[in-house]
Design a protein around this ligand. Sequence first.
Ligand SMILES: [Zn+2]
Length: 332
Amino acid sequence: MEIKTGQANMNSNLSIIMYHYVRDLENSRYPNIKGLDFKFFINQIEYLVKYYNVVTAEEVIHSIESGDSLPPKAALLTFDDGYIDHFTNVFPVLGNYNIQGSFYIPVKAIKEHTVLDVNKIHFILASTTTSEIIKYLKSLIINYSAEYEIQPFDYYYKKLAVANRYDNEEIIFIKRLLQVELVEELRNKIADDLFLQFVGIPEYLFAKDLYMSKEQLIQMRNSGMHIGSHGYDHYWWNQIEEEDLIQDIDKSLVFLNEIGVDMDNWTACYPYGSFSANAARILDGRGCKMAVTTRVNIAQLDKELRLFLPRLDTNDLPTEMNGATNEWYNKA
Ligand SMILES: [Zn+2]
């Protein structure tokens, strides 16, 4: 693939900031969901507007293609997974400051009113205690062992329950079991069982509340927001067969076209950050102009490959702040 890079003596540093849930957590139905509280979001936007130059996806594409410099302290704001938060909370704030966000949409969730597995797990965890979930999981594993070739519960717990910097061992266990360890069909079934047991709202209705609608996306696009591909099924792009990957990307592009995205300047965001050389090659073949990952770093357009751009999580941002207050972050 042809990679164009900026000129070495010009600014090509770009802080690409990644957001997921942005909501008034305290007053929401699920105050324990792991998201950015709305008031901290507003503070962060005020901070970014003051100390950074928030650029558009189109300006970044232009810089990649022409080698023209970005403004100093350039930042691009990205919002993953098509949450209603982005229409209700984020969009008006960006409008107030006349800045652009880039929104990466899992199309199936919006078109077919399904809930992403990763979101099911978030809301299961936010609805009950981890010990209740684990108790129920134990019984489900016993029940499904008649139908599937699976190991005893203790085998999985020993293998998977290792805490990391974000989650304790029980939460890690639940996430890994349901995201990676079990075969896809079984982990979907178990996620559905847990969702029904602990969240108790029909998936179709829950999806309508959780994600934006197509009409809302059209409204945002018409107001200058950038809407990009995040796949159709929210698959791990580096783990599926090439044929399935091509289909997944193409189905997402049909949707982008339907909502009026400029198909000569489309961008992508790897679901779960699942980039690979092969996935990038397919994106490139479809004309993708840039793609973002979840690798943590400031992007450098003169060094980084344009289809593998790293990002900073909204919670990582304060570590990059130079000399400015980050009190709001410490309170988070
Ligand atoms: Zn995602």
